[in-house]
Design a protein around this ligand. Structure first.
Ligand code: GLN
Length: 587
């Protein structure tokens, strides 16, 4: 592989040209790496976009732009060209612009500007970074060209600090030690709207990220920026120690480390690797192959998607006949203006063929607020055509949800129905269909002999069983068993009402995993398993049940072992039915 290791900073010449590492960090924080990805080297010019970002947030874009332009220079990184007239450097990615940007950083709570800069870089990398003093001194002793640039900037009143102070800070920021993985994390932070995907810390505002990526795209590779954008097509930045970062907005950050440089000062292998990765993975930002995934991941109806609510035969019949009149659109990805338009046109066309629609936001990563009026229009038209529509899982996007409600409010229309998850939304649709096209089943109260647990028992056995049971009732909303309860040595034979089994998620919310109705049993697994409850069970309506305690079960076993065998056989059959039912429910 051709190229020369940089030697104009003497300390850099000590690098081994064979060092080679590649790291990739995705926007969700997965790290891929190969080669010398933990060998530290100095960040050099890859510091430039980071300090530019810091300056934008520290003093605001307008102020920064008084000191530096954002025009590609087409010149070498160390060129001594300033804008005629204003004396401003052409862009913050060449040395002149970077020196000007660095001079804008005030210490603000830190001892020195460099401490604030290092603090920022550390947040980008997700670990504490420090300066390589040897490389710093080496550049400080020999960096006369950069001093000359700083003097010109001072002369043009683009900077107003002492030249020595400014170049020292600049040389130190360039001498920040990073490894290849750090650089990929930095790139991934820029890729994921300014949030470090590994630490989850927000390092930059979104508008800053856009500004930084724009100058990286047009100026990041100096006098080969045009070539780079043409062939690799990713915002990028190189450094003379041999590092390169490239950013695929929204998706991933790439970093390559290999010290030999081409005449532009860009790592030869780094450029080649980025070209190959971009080509093979179709990453070029202008590539038509990189169209976002369709906003509607899948369209379902109540024929192929059911809630976890178990339905009676009569209800099942209604759902089988009218299930197609429910449309569930599972949305996905990042919903932009164009995505909102697509969804609107697809769902609207069916307003007369369906009665209920659900827009499920579970797999949506982000929604642009531009979609508020678009979705609002969609809901209104659907309702005007006589349908009812609901959202599920919209709470993952609180900004959108809030803006949407406000919009509806201003229009004087009722807030849109919203469910915590698709299961509950589907239950609402099913309920609606059953109400519209049939009679809701009256809730039958079963006798013990009608209960599925007693199938195959003789009247005497049922009478014997009855003696060992208690009868208990629960009000609607009452918790029957709490998930944390242990040693509850009893089970219920449900004879009336409906029960939901909820599992608590890590974030404190509940997810319904099953529903029970008359003829079913609750708690037999827990009773046989030390009495430890796994889920919380709640009475959705008034519930009536026979209670069998484990002590009574033992007594029954003594009195009539055959009865207990029949009971267990029935429990097993019910469990098998429940397991096969799972196939017809969502996820
Ligand atoms: N510190 C180096 C310089 O100012 C950085 C240059 C670079 O990485 N392109 O010359």
């Amino acid at each position: 592989m051709s190229g020369e290791v940089a030697s104009y900073i003497p300390e850099l010449a000590t690098a081994d040209p064979g060092w080679f590492g590649i790291s990739m960090v995705t926007a969700d924080g997965s790290v891929y790496e190969v080669g010398d990805t933990r060998r530290e080297f100095t960040i050099q010019s890859i510091s430039k976009p980071l300090t530019f970002a810091l300056a934008l947030e520290a003093i605001g874009g307008e102020e920064v732009r008084k000191h530096v332009d954002v025009e590609p220079s087409g010149e070498a990184f160390n060129s001594i060209t300033l804008q005629p007239g204003t004396g401003r450097p052409l862009n913050p990615m060449v040395n002149a612009g970077a020196i000007a940007t660095t001079s804008l950083i005030e210490p603000l709570g830190f001892d020195q500007p460099i401490d604030r800069i290092l603090n920022e870089y550390s947040a980008f990398a997700g670990r504490d970074l420090s300066v390589d003093e040897a490389v710093f001194s080496s550049e400080n002793e020999t960096g006369h060209r950069n001093r000359a640039i700083a003097h010109l900037l001072r002369n043009a009143e683009v900077v107003d600090h002492e030249v020595e102070e400014i170049v020292e800070t600049y040389f130190r920021q360039c001498a920040t030690l990073v490894d290849c993985r750090d650089l990929a994390t930095i790139a991934a932070t820029l890729a994921s709207t300014g949030v470090n995907p590994v630490t989850k810390e927000r390092v930059l505002r979104e508008d800053t990220v856009r500004n930084v990526l724009s100058v990286m795209a047009s100026c990041g590779m100096y006098d080969s920026a045009g070539d780079w954008l043409y062939s690799v097509g990713l915002p990028a930045k190189s450094g003379v120690a041999g590092g390169i970062i490239a950013v695929l907005p929204g998706q991933l950050g790439i970093a390559v480390y290999s010290p030999p440089l081409d005449p532009h000062g860009n790592s030869v292998r780094g450029v080649k690797v980025c070209e190959d990765i971009s080509d093979e993975l179709h990453l070029h930002v202008m590539s038509p192959a990189r169209r976002p995934p369709p906003p509607v991941r899948v369209e379902r109806s109540c024929l192929n998607s059911r809630s976890k609510r178990l339905r009676s035969q009569n209800e099942q019949k209604i759902l089988a006949k009218y299930g197609h009149r429910v449309k569930v659109l599972e949305l996905q990805g990042e919903l932009s203006f164009a995505a909102g338009e697509l969804i609107t046109s697809s769902a609207l066309n069916r307003a007369d063929e369906t009665d209920f629609a659900v827009l499920d936001f579970n797999a949506v990563r982000a929604i642009d607020l531009i979609d508020v009026p678009i979705f609002s229009h969609l809901v209104e038209s659907y309702e005007e055509a006589g349908g009812e529509i609901a959202f599920s899982d919209i709470d993952r996007h609180p900004l959108f949800a809030e803006a949407f409600s406000r919009h509806r409010d201003e229009d004087g229309v009722h807030p849109v129905r919203s469910f915590a998850d698709l299961d509950l939304a589907l239950e609402w649709c099913e309920h609606g269909l059953i109400e519209k096209y049939g009679d809701l089943d009256p809730d039958p109260e079963l006798s013990l002999a009608q209960h599925a647990a007693t199938i195959g028992m003789s009247p005497d056995q049922i009478a014997l069983l009855a003696k060992h049971l208690d009868y208990r009732e629960y009000e609607a909303g009452e918790v029957i068993y709490e998930a944390s309860e242990t040693r509850v040595h009893e089970m219920l034979l449900v004879t009336a009402g409906k029960i939901s089994i909820l599992l608590r998620s890590d974030d404190g919310s509940h997810r319904r995993v099953a529903t029970l109705s008359p003829g079913m049993t609750l708690g037999e697994v827990a009773m046989l398993n030390n009495g430890d409850r796994i889920g919380t069970s709640v009475a959705d309506t008034r519930v009536a049940a026979y209670v069998l305690e484990s002590g009574d079960l033992e007594a029954l076993r003594g009195a009539d072992p055959a009865l207990v065998a029949i009971l267990f056989e029935n429990l097993l059959r019910m469990m098998a039915i429940r397991a096969s039912n799972l196939r017809n429910t969502v996820h």
